[in-house]
Design a protein around this ligand. Sequence first.
Ligand SMILES: [Zn+2]
Length: 83
Amino acid sequence: MPTYQYEARDRRKSCAKCRDGFEIMQSINDDRLTVCPDCGSPIFRVIGAPALGHSKTDLNYRAKRAGFHSYRKVQKGEYEKQY
Ligand SMILES: [Zn+2]
């Protein structure tokens, strides 16, 4: 099953799980998640993100924390990371 990455829309209303994004395994037939399974906050799916543990991801996380990160809206509820 593919792994999808989700992230809270509003970090102020997020929990530890979704604040910095999380990955979840879903069937391609499953509906896209719209709320965090832990806290129920609205989330969006991040596409084009490499799997966690790769150095590129670490760089992305660092860049995001530094505020150099942005998303491009792909479609309703789905965003693509901009590098
Ligand atoms: Zn959450």
